[in-house]
Design a protein around this ligand. Structure first.
Ligand code: PEP
Length: 249
């Protein structure tokens, strides 16, 4: 099975300098392009990307449909805007907003039930890596994050994002990233079987840039990238897309 490359931009609490060149440049791409703006800009960006190959995702969501959850957004609201993708369990949600694996799992399950392409982020901290606990940490995040999904794996995408590499300029080496991606695929096979594991897309995230994306995407088990900083300037994001497309051919 060939897994289609996905290049995803996570804008966090920022806006891109210009979205139009990304839209114009992507009519017949052989890969998937995704942008994830802040909630307040989903509608505006949706109008801009409407007839293009660029897909739109949210950076977070709540698992409840509605109720007394001040400041939160539900899947139903995202659906009404035509959003197809959602990022769940990003390291900033885990570490800045203290989201637990159990809460993340509820959101993942709801996202799949509602038909969203659901990107589950996993990643170890620097302390966990230095203490040689990183594989156990990732295994646990996967086990809980993917609990109760059963036959609904086709819309799951995993993003391996080592916390020490996010926004720091310190990328995992292609060798280390591939080692983790292979490990994640093995764990998915244990949870959901070999077929699911061979089909599932596993993105790498953590200081991906024009000058490191090629070697990362060349690895057998790296199927795309989740990009923060370098997705905010269209020249950089476009360049990454162009490099990724050459890998895909
Ligand atoms: C991210 O936000 O998911 C991320 C990987 O950020 P950066 O590319 O800036 O490290």
């Amino acid at each position: 099975m060939t897994r289609r490359i996905l290049i995803a931009g996570n804008w966090k609490m920022n806006l891109i300098d210009d979205i139009q060149p990304i839209i114009d440049n992507n009519a017949n791409r052989k890969l998937d392009i995704l942008v994830c703006p802040p909630f307040t800009h989903l509608g505006i960006v949706q109008s801009a990307v409407k007839d293009s190959a660029v897909k739109l995702g949210a950076q977070n969501v709540h698992d409840e449909d509605n109720g007394a959850f001040t400041g939160e957004i539900s899947y139903s609201f995202l659906k009404s805007l035509g959003i197809e993708y959602v990022i769940i369990g990003h390291s900033e949600r885990r570490h800045v907003f203290n989201e637990t694996d159990e809460f993340i799992n509820k959101k993942v399950r709801k996202g799949l039930k509602k038909g969203f392409q659901t990107i589950l982020c996993v990643g170890e901290t620097e302390t966990e890596r230095n203490a040689n606990r990183y594989k156990a940490v990732i295994e646990n995040q996967l086990k809980i994050g993917l609990m109760g999904i059963e036959n609904n794996f086709e819309n799951i995408i995993i993003a391996y994002e080592p916390v020490w590499a996010i926004g720091t300029g310190k990328t995992a080496t292609p060798f280390d990233a591939e080692d983790m991606h292979r490990f994640i695929r093995e764990k998915v096979a244990e949870i959901a079987g070999n077929e699911v594991a061979s089909d599932i897309r596993i993105l790498y995230g953590g200081s991906v840039k024009e000058d490191n994306v090629k070697e990362l995407l060349r690895q057998d088990n790296i199927d795309g990238a989740l990009i923060g900083g370098a997705s905010l300037k269209y020249e950089h994001f476009n360049k990454i897309i162009e490099i990724a497309e050459l890998i895909n051919i």
